[in-house]
Unconditional design. Sequence first.
Length: 358
Amino acid sequence: MKDVLSSRRLIQKWHRREKATIDHLTTIITDQKGGGRLHSPTTSSGLAVEDQVRKPLGGLLPGERATHTIMAIVYGATGNVSIGGLFLGGVVPGVLVGIGLMIYSYFFGPSGVRRRRATLPEFGAALRGAALPLVIPVIIMGGILSGYFTPTEAGVVAVLYILLVVIPLLNRGYFRELPRELAHTGLLYSIPLITIAASSAFGWMLAYLRGPAVVSGWLQAMAGNDPQMIMLMLVVLFVIVGDFIDAIPAIIIFMPIINDLTQSADIKPVHMGVVIITTLAFGLITPPYGLALLMAAKFTGVRFARAMIDSLPIYVVFFAAIAFCIYFPDVVLWLPKHFLPQSVGCFPNPSAPGYICP
């Protein structure tokens, strides 16, 4: 779409490295899925289809990793955890995954097209062209964090902004293509519906057979009350669970286990939530469920097995981000502690302005 292309041109003005790296950076800023549609075995940057598998995967992951709105809402509602705190805490793993993908693209990705460094007037022209699209993440995140919108309402407002402001001012002729784009979107998102239905049925069957209770006893026997060991064990559990069950049913089914282990190990609920949500996001690219991997393979016309092999470096990036979140809780909780201190257990100071954080 026009807004993604404008944002990408702005980044290209000051970033002279590989286009694959630019795609990941554009995705983080604009929170778009894949940075645009792919129509052919090779694209304008000369990247082969197998290389392009990682690009839509990068687009499907980092922007959502920064907030993972639906997962955070369900986790917060079922676990009585601050949703705003989860949004802010999710910034750290989202940025880590995005940076990891850019580093991989820089050193191991396709070379793409090198461009000369832009002059200041060219940068200014690109900034003016990208000004309207860059308002979209401000509307979404600003509306959610300020309390003016729910996440669903923020998405609706952003869509209205695109339809009523961005498209008319930047590319009015795009309205003629809108019906085709809507039809394409419907076809694309119909692909994973059967997978989601099957995973949900499997999840409820697991709950009926009291699987979570058995797993809880096993985890407590193995990890004791060690916070880091408990989170590592939960990561292993949810990596396996995420291979077969959609994230939302998994959160609902296993929330009693998470709450018990969080309290027994004295882990901050927001910290635990960020780790669990990031781990479940990783399940989007792990087979056999692999919803994002399935969609990326469909985008590029690559066989699912080949897409799985080509996405292995992303697994390393995710595991590194998850490990960082486990072992550096102060970094993960820095934003919640400063902007929503009560979400991480801080309470107002009775004798002075500010909050006291245990």
